[in-house]
Design a protein around this ligand. Structure first.
Ligand SMILES: NC(=O)c1ccc[n+]([C@@H]2O[C@H](COP(=O)([O-])OP(=O)(O)OC[C@H]3O[C@@H](n4cnc5c(N)ncnc54)[C@H](OP(=O)(O)O)[C@@H]3O)[C@@H](O)[C@H]2O)c1
Length: 265
């Protein structure tokens, strides 16, 4: 595993395990399989209804809690007090503290929500705080009005939405880009994309690995999700090959610079 360093000095793995849409009843098994395969970061959310199972899997595993980076997300709350209540509930479902808490998507009271994250961090409940699916004015408002610079903005990022301009802005601000749906949820035959298949063949690897490796190589943190043990193992096996400049240029041509999902930002 390779790590990168957040703007507060905390180290974070470049590959984490996403648990969106993994049913509650299957989360403990999936997370324990991921930990067995070397994952040291798990990405959950209040919205996913499996925070408790993530905490349970980490507690049950042989990996000490302080070696696992757990991220969760509060749903946008109407005010500071509701946001703080959501934070407290998430933390108590997961364990004693959460490594990184994000606001899951922008809402009506972003600054108040973020202030609650700042205060929860001061109180030792959260080690780091950040954003998810914040762009443009909403992103800038947090930077302008709040005290703590977010460590991460977790956004839809994959071969069809490469976020090149926004990534540059985030880097300039000291905020890491973390990719959600880095495998485009496997929809629309994405793994059969001819460019990806050619590059995968050249490196004796798979198309999902090429999709993840091209992001990691740009310094972007990726959060693949799988319930299949062999896919779970493949998706973290990204450090034994390197894409060359020609591969990266070919992948760049696939960028459509827009969301691949109807219901997101
Ligand atoms: N912040 C946000 O708003 C937000 C939004 C979406 C997602 N996320 C985060 O990002 C994580 C990942 O995104 P996602 O869950 O939308 O989907 P994803 O990781 O882009 O794709 C998951 C799909 O890819 C398949 N897959 C994974 N590895 C594979 C492999 N090696 N070969 C073939 N198929 C493979 C999985 O099927 P199998 O189970 O069969 O392997 C699954 O159907 C989420 O779990 C969540 O933590 C955050």
């Amino acid at each position: 595993m390779e790590y990168t360093t957040l703007n507060n000095g905390i180290k974070i793995p470049l590959v984490g395990f996403g648990v969106y849409q993994i049913p509650t009843s299957k989360t403990v098994k999936a997370v324990m399989t991921a930990l067995d395969n070397g994952y040291r970061m798990i990405d959950t959310a209040d919205y996913y209804h499996n925070e408790k199972e993530v905490g349970e899997a980490v507690a049950k595993s042989d990996v000490p809690r302080d070696q696992v980076f757990i991220t969760s997300k509060i749903q946008p709350a109407p005010d500071y007090d509701t946001a703080m209540k959501e934070i407290d509930e998430s933390v108590s479902r997961i364990g004693d503290y959460v490594d990184l808490m994000l606001i899951h998507w922008p809402g009506p009271a972003n600054v108040e929500n973020y202030r609650a994250l700042e205060d929860a961090q001061k109180a030792g409940k959260l080690r780091s705080i950040g954003l998810s699916s914040f762009y443009g004015k909403e992103y800038q408002e947090i930077l302008d009005k709040c005290d703590v610079t977010p460590v991460i903005d977790q956004n839809e990022t994959h071969i069809f939405r490469q976020q090149r301009d926004f990534h540059e802005q985030l880097e300039n601000d000291g905020v890491k880009l973390e990719a959600w749906s880095p495998l485009v949820e496997g929809i629309h035959d994405v793994f059969e994309t001819p460019t990806l298949k050619q590059i995968a063949e050249k490196h004796h690897t798979t198309t999902p690995q090429v999709m993840l490796r091209c992001l990691v190589q740009r310094g972007i943190i990726v959060l693949p999700r799988s319930e299949n043990p062999s896919h779970i193992a493949d998706d973290i096996d990204l450090f034994g090959f390197e894409l060359d400049i020609d591969d990266m240029m070919e992948i760049r041509k696939l960028d459509q610079e827009q969301s691949y999902f109807d219901n997101f930002f």
